[in-house]
Design a protein around this ligand. Structure first.
Ligand code: CP3
Length: 338
């Protein structure tokens, strides 16, 4: 197995930096769209054959250095007895929405091996024939909680924010339950053979500093502590990560994934050498011409030349409106850079 990616995570890589993209299997890809015409999103996530097929798509079409399991951070809600819907319009919805302390108290902690068996089966299938490392993942407890509470109105997070102020104790209870199932879920993924984990705490950016320390970091720390026994590398992603890099450094993950608000070389200097960094091309650059993509990508690569512990990625996921050829061009620029 080529371990450019794992070597970069342990800051011991040589040669060019590894590359993969968040949302590398998705709607910008004609092959993915063809599968979506035949199957609902729910089916793609729940059927191991299909999820494994989608996971492999970018490997064949883009030659990236890592695969990310095709699933969604919200399927974990099924281990809390909730139902997840992926309507064609309006983003995913968790039902019933969790809004009261009583609901939280009654949420069951169901066995993940059973409720999320389809994910473990997908990993087992992929393990058999992948030529690059496989990234497993989960959502950060705060982000998953905000979807459980507010998925229908997530643009304003009205209920989540109200709950933080009016009844923090029961919100902590919800975060605790989500953390418990997340730990069991990630341990299951590692046992099944994923090579690295990425935690997507996407919505940390809606919290102020004190709220991050109260409602997010303690739970991320619990997850990181629980995974320590496996020595599996863990990448931490959140929106606006570059604005609070020191807080993320203090959590002690293997790698931090950065947005594009600051140059990656500047962020490298903010993060101790023992922690890898990932990122951070602005995803909207992939909508520009191939020559602009080359220019921006090479500028980023040049600024990091000779740096160990660097994984090339976007600052957030590939958007559906990007031409497939542009994504391939981005990967080609990275893999041919020397
Ligand atoms: O990166 C990958 O290629 C792996 C697969 C993956 C998906 N979702 C598949 C997906 C991963 C890692 C996720 C994580 C995820 N899901 C996050 C955290 C990362 C981030 O972007 O901030 C969040 C917040 C979600 C919740 C979610 N799932 C939303 C908001 C949506 C709808 C809007 C959107 O971004 O497309 C989904 C649906 C979803 N999850 C799709 C895919 C490929 C859309 C596919 C389709 O409509 O066909």
């Amino acid at each position: 197995m080529k371990c450019r990616f794992l070597d970069a995570l342990s800051c011991s890589n040589v040669g060019r930096a590894p590359v993969w993209l968040m949302r590398q299997a998705g709607r910008y890809m004609p092959e993915y769209q063809a599968l979506r015409r035949k199957h609902s999103l729910w089916e793609l996530f729940h059927c191991p054959d299909l999820a494994a097929e989608v996971t492999r798509l970018p490997l064949a079409l883009l030659q990236v250095d890592a695969a990310i399991l095709f699933s969604d951070i919200l399927v974990i809600a099924e281990a809390l007895g909730l139902t997840i819907h992926f309507p064609d319009q309006g983003g995913p919805r968790i039902e019933p929405a969790i809004r009261t302390a009583d609901q939280v108290a009654q949420l069951p902690l169901l066995p993940v091996e059973e409720k999320l068996k389809f994910v473990f089966e997908t990993i087992a299938q992929l393990r058999a024939d992948l030529s690059v490392p496989l990234i497993g993942f989960c959502g950060g407890p705060f982000t998953v909680a905000s979807y459980c509470i507010d998925s229908a109105s997530k643009d304003s997070f009205t209920f989540t924010k109200r709950w933080m102020r009016e009844d923090p104790q029961s919100l902590h209870h919800l975060l605790h339950k989500i953390t418990q199932v997340s730990i069991a879920y990630l341990k299951g993924q590692v046992r099944q053979g994923v090579d690295a984990i990425q935690i997507f705490d996407s919505w940390l950016n809606i919290l102020n500093q004190e709220e991050r320390h109260t409602f997010a970091y303690p739970y991320l720390q619990q997850i990181l502590r629980a995974l320590a026994e496996f020595s599996v590398p863990v990448i931490l992603f959140c929106r606006h990560s570059s604005l609070f890099s020191q807080e993320l450094v203090a959590l002690g993950s293997t790698c931090i994934s950065f947005d594009w608000l600051k140059p990656i070389a500047a962020l490298r200097r903010e993060v101790p050498r023992s922690i890898a960094v990932q990122g951070n091309l602005d995803p909207s650059i992939l909508k520009l011409s191939p020559s602009e993509i080359t220019r921006a990508t090479e500028e980023m690569l040049r600024s990091m030349q000779g740096e160990k512990g660097y994984i090339v990625n976007l600052g957030h996921g590939v958007t559906p409106d990007v031409p497939f050829e542009h994504v391939r061009h981005f990967v080609d620029v990275v893999t041919s850079f020397c």
